[in-house]
Design a protein around this ligand. Structure first.
Ligand SMILES: [Fe+2]
Ligand SMILES: [Fe+2]
Length: 456
């Protein structure tokens, strides 16, 4: 009674604050997404995918809540305070991973956390119960993100770096102070804010980068699809090829991040849906990783995960054309040779983990096909034209298999026999000579990507 009888925030003030949280989540979503492609550290790429998804979901919930309390126009696209804009511009433009991590996980997210905690305390728990529910749920995931960030900063940022970035971190603090806190409930400080990293407009780095666990990123020496669809090979070794195909999906978040970053002015639901898919694709990659680890295979050492597809799509096509290719691939995954086939191979292999992963991979793909219909297909009068356009775009992406070898970028080494041998040792069986002899690369197929790899 006592709590419920205590006056709290008016609707006006509540909405004003919610819009600030909304803005913060939206900018964080943008930052996480934009920094996936060129971030070399694999775990960070994956985490940025998850954290972008979290932020997108909270943006969606906050938009809905504001819509419950106010008539349109809701003003959700307005910048609530210039100092907040500077703060997030600065973090987006952070030149290196170190500054980025400190800005996001040590400044922005804790400020957002403090704002939401304060909302829960300040507002009337009965009158504003729906907002409190959103805040509490968001706090749960903000807590997870901050905890992850703490570990990441510890590993990535050396203590000597911290003093180098002190003035910049101070600038971020100043931004919040000038804005009266992220919530805007404090008296605004009077300070002059001078842009540093955002003095010049942000330039998206579209070239995918990988860390040292991807030592041979141009290697297209093992043709997973040829092996997978050949009936003469048994299902057990095919699970290895499926783990490889999954892990290779690191390239899908890289590529989808480029679509999201380079496609402005879409309805919010577009970004929300595509971000969910981006995170799913990151999960698929991690399923492949977990699969290899479960079989005792040292994947960074033995399995050559390439980035040739994201590199080709991003550098050779425009963002809408990339979306067209994605749609074309995902529609192709639905027929008999696609996800159902992979799941059946998983079942037949009696590797329960492979079957489980393929089961969920298939389920995710059904969602992705729906997202493709909602956001890509609507640009065409006929589904056939949309498919044809995606097909055409994909055919234009050239893979320079021979040239990369000539230039010394890769030898397209056949890494398959070694990985298969390691798995056989784990299974306690003798290698099958036919399986061991598999040596089809991606050279034999045509230069474009169309027939050579389909996983998304
Ligand atoms: Fe996928
Ligand atoms: Fe997908």
């Amino acid at each position: 009674m006592e709590e419920a009888a205590r006056p709290g925030l008016s609707v006006e003030e509540c909405v004003r604050r919610l819009k600030r949280y909304h803005y913060a989540f939206k900018r964080l979503h943008q930052i996480f997404t934009a920094r996936i492609t060129a971030e070399p550290i694999y775990e960070l790429k994956m985490a940025f995918g998850l954290h972008a998804h979290y932020c997108a979901e909270h943006v969606t919930a906050l938009r809905q809540r504001v819509g419950e309390m106010r008539e349109p126009p809701l003003g959700l696209e307005q910048v609530p305070h210039e100092a907040l804009e500077i703060c997030f511009d600065e973090i987006l433009g952070a030149p290196k991973t170190e500054e980025l991590l400190m800005g996001v996980y040590e400044k922005a997210l804790p400020a957002l956390q403090a704002a939401l905690q304060r909302h829960v305390v300040n507002t009337n728990p009965l009158a504003d119960a729906p907002s409190i529910r959103l805040c509490r749920f968001a706090l749960l995931e903000i807590g997870d993100m901050i905890e992850f960030g703490r570990g990441a900063v510890e590993k990535v940022v050396g203590p000597e770096k911290r003093s180098v970035f002190k003035p910049w971190l101070q600038l971020l603090d100043d931004c919040f102070a000038v804005a009266g806190g992220l919530h805007g409930a404090e008296k605004p400080a009077e300070k002059k804010l001078e842009r540093q990293f955002s003095a010049r407009p942000y330039q998206y780095d579209a070239v995918p980068k990988r860390d040292e666990r991807f030592p041979d990123p141009y290697n297209m020496g093992v043709n997973a699809e040829v092996f997978l669809y050949d009936n003469k090979f048994p299902p057990e070794p095919k699970t290895l090829m499926m783990f490889y195909k999954r892990l290779r999906e690191v390239d899908v978040p890289e590529m989808m991040a480029s679509i999201l970053t380079e496609t402005p002015d879409q309805p919010w639901e577009y970004y929300r849906d595509l971000t969910r898919q981006l995170w799913d694709e990151a999960r698929h990659a991690m399923m492949g990783e977990v699969g290899f680890v479960s079989l005792g295979i040292d994947w960074p050492e033995k399995v050559m995960i390439n980035f040739t597809r994201s590199l080709g799509l991003i550098t050779q096509l425009k963002s809408f054309e990339r979306h067209a290719v994605l749609y074309f691939i995902e529609q192709g995954l639905m027929p008999k040779t696609g996800k159902r086939f992979e799941w059946e191979v998983g079942l037949a292999s009696r590797n329960p983990l492979s079957a489980l992963f393929q089961d969920y991979d298939w389920a995710d793909e059904v969602l992705h096909a729906r997202i493709g219909r909602d956001w890509y297909l609507k640009n065409f009068d006929e589904p056939k034209t949309a498919m044809h356009y995606g097909d055409q775009c994909w055919s234009r992406v050239l893979m320079h298999w021979g040239r990369w070898r000539e230039e010394g970028l890769t030898e397209h080494r056949n890494w398959w026999p070694e990985v298969y041998r390691d798995a056989c040792r784990h299974w306690g069986i003798q290698p099958d000579p036919d399986v061991l002899a598999f040596s089809t690369s991606y050279e034999q197929v045509r230069a474009d990507l169309k027939t050579i790899s389909a996983s998304a």
